[in-house]
Design a protein around this ligand. Sequence first.
Ligand code: TYM
Length: 332
Amino acid sequence: RPVLFSGMQPSADSLHLGNYLGALTNWVALQDSYESYYCVVDLHAITVAQDPVALRASVRRTAAQYIAAGIDPEKVTLFVQSQVPAHAELAWILSTITGFGEASRMTQFKDKSAKQGADATTVGLFTYPVLMAADILLYGTELVPVGDDQKQHLELTRDLAGRFNSRFGQTFTIPEAFIGKESARIYDLQEPTSKMSKSAATEAGLVKLLDEPSVTAKKFKSAVTDTEREIRFDRQAKPGISNLLGIHSAISGTSVADLEAAYAGRGYGDLKKELAELVVETLAPIRERALELTNDPAELDRVLAAGAEKADARARATLAEVYDRIGFLPRR
Ligand code: TYM
């Protein structure tokens, strides 16, 4: 089977609907057709300051949400990035073939560092995409299911793989991004022109997998729309309604055109109410299962250790080949 790799940063309290629809549902759908590696990228998370106690809890909670959403750790390799040293090691190698200008053009870095200011921005945040490339390239990955905000990082990964191959000989597989259609970018419910993100301006716009059902429903009912009455998909003119239609379509599998037809002549209140029910119905069992799983941290740690062992074997082999191609002296 071809190899699939993807990862998410552990989030302090919960993954959000963008993570779920943009990535996690595709992970679940693809896990049987690929040899799949799903990673909790804690090395990436520390590119911004983390509290040690909270970080440990977030990593377990994130793994619990993967499993609760349907990732089967018996079928896939589910692991924590820092438990496989080759990720950091390959990242160093790749950083030496990454142009400073090339890395400077990454829009996520530009946006985040502009918000933080130069002194608060770490070098780790700058090299974040290089570590991401290492994650992907260690496993001979062909497919990387992500939201569309990761497209540019995937392009960099492909460029680095090609560059290494042409300089040192065929080593890396060139990976492809897998980006869903309606779910490629989910927007904030209060600010529907900004993508849903854990650094959202208001809690009300951010739908969390671990929110209580009543909280989730309320967030949908108070979602920002517009002053028209027509339920129609138009990102420019009607970002709020378009986002709600996109979320509905991603969950229900009904096309946006069919949703527009079904809601013709009906009010925004109907769409919000029915979508709230649909989302709650989908997320409530995931929330319950995730909370159950986090109640047994020892079992989670065991599952993650087994995953790390499998990932480590594969990653080590790739790294050994890379070291050999570069001309590093082997330790005998
Ligand atoms: P992170 O944690 O920021 O995001 C995790 C995944 O969620 C997707 N996503 C969204 N999709 C749709 N709408 C949104 N509003 C939204 N917000 C987030 C992201 O696109 C991503 O797929 N850098 C990666 C983590 C990573 C990675 C990797 C991914 C590290 N190494 C290797 C793939 C392969 C990231 O953005 O994480």
